[in-house]
Design a protein. Structure first.
Length: 367
């Protein structure tokens, strides 16, 4: 990726009033990231939900965002930081399934965001010995049976840091999502652990290096933990807290939510017990329970057809989606020349064959 390509990706991520669903719609009408910087009324008039006020906002913000992006690019080049734009192959594909997906994330480390099984583990900052021991035991047991497992958490005190350190001790990757820029790492007490994580995992953020870890950023951080994970495990939580927000987000993203039960007299277990009580989470006590919920039971290797034989029109549709990464049904119809009535049947068949999947906004991506 050239410096200009990096600059443009960072600049687009800094447009605060353009959310992910909006930018997806725009990109369905563009051939490249660079085309975003040459939008005019003729192009914008073809895009749904784009109007004149947007064009004025675009013209005003473009030079400001480019200037900020130059400073950020200089910083990431000096500090060996990678960027992952939502159209890039390296971007976490699970996040694309979320309507509030970040447009870009930064990472330090060597993690492949699309290679492993991902389990989010969150919980109270005031973890008890019961919570810490349960967390360590579950991670240790899972690591033995699933060496391709990656633990995702928020590098906070309590259960978060216990999950990360348990992964490190068991030699499996772990990803920490932080709520600020790299220059304001929080909490500083976990900085050395974050360095160890980068040798076989990563520290991730969507914020520029100058961003302080403001309170609202932690809620935004939680959606990335939930979105990157196949399932989320809550190990100890009070009646209210960030871990319950993460669980709610995971549920809204159709992720499996699990919780470790505790004694009814323990304040640190009220949140988990409540999730289980109201059927918002599956009750889990050990690794086997998680394997059952996640359908991670060991299977005997067998010969399977990795990619079914496609018809000519199916191949055209798949190639369009592959090139666009995510594509709206109208764009697929326009580029393929296939009428919507016929295209709907083709898309449905490809979904049943596990070749593509439908994501929010009537968009499609490869499975």
């Amino acid at each position: 990726m050239t410096e200009t390509e990096k600059l443009h990706r960072i600049a687009i991520s800094l447009f605060k009033k353009i959310n992910f669903c909006h930018i997806q719609e725009i990109f369905n009408y563009l051939d490249s990231v660079e085309d975003f910087f040459h939008l005019d009324k003729a192009i914008l008039s073809e895009i749904p939900n784009v109007n004149s006020p947007f064009l004025e906002e675009y013209k005003t913000q473009l030079p400001i965002c480019l200037e900020k992006a130059k400073r950020e690019l200089e910083y990431i080049e000096k500090n060996n930081i990678k960027i992952h734009f939502f159209t890039d192959e390296t971007f976490p594909k699970r996040l694309l399934e979320c309507p509030d997906c970040p447009k870009l994330i930064y990472s330090k480390g060597i993690a492949d965001f699309n290679k492993h099984k991902y389990l989010g583990i969150v919980g109270t900052r005031r973890a008890t010995d019961y919570g810490k021991n349960t967390c360590y035991k579950i991670v240790s047991e899972l690591a033995k049976s699933h060496p391709n497992l990656c633990i995702v958490s928020g590098l906070a005190y309590g259960i978060d840091i216990c999950a990360h350190r348990s992964a490190l001790e068991n030699n499996i990757p772990t990803i920490g999502v932080i709520a600020g820029g790299y220059d304001f790492f929080y909490p500083k007490a976990h900085y050395n652990t974050s360095l160890a994580m980068q040798k076989n995992g990563a520290v991730v953020t969507e914020f520029t290096h100058e961003m302080h870890p403001e309170p609202f950023n932690f809620v935004q951080r939680n959606r990335i933990i939930a979105g990157m994970s196949d399932g989320v495990l809550v190990v100890e939580s009070a009646e209210k807290g960030g871990s319950l927000i993460t669980a709610e987000l995971a549920h809204s993203y159709n992720r499996d939510v699990m919780a470790v039960p505790g004694r009814t007299i323990d304040t640190s277990s009220i949140g988990c017990n409540s999730l289980i009580k109201y059927n918002k989470a599956s009750l889990v006590e050990n690794a086997k329970d998680i394997e059952r919920v996640m359908c991670w039971e060991k299977t005997t290797p067998q010969s399977i057809e990795l990619f079914p034989i496609l018809s000519e029109k199916e191949s055209i549709v798949v190639e369009i989606i592959r090139e666009k990464v995510t594509a709206h049904v109208d764009i697929i119809s326009q580029l393929s020349g296939i009428k919507i009535s016929e295209l709907s049947a083709i898309l449905l068949n490809l979904e049943f064959s596990n070749v593509i999947k439908n994501i929010p906004g009537n968009q499609y991506m490869l499975f």
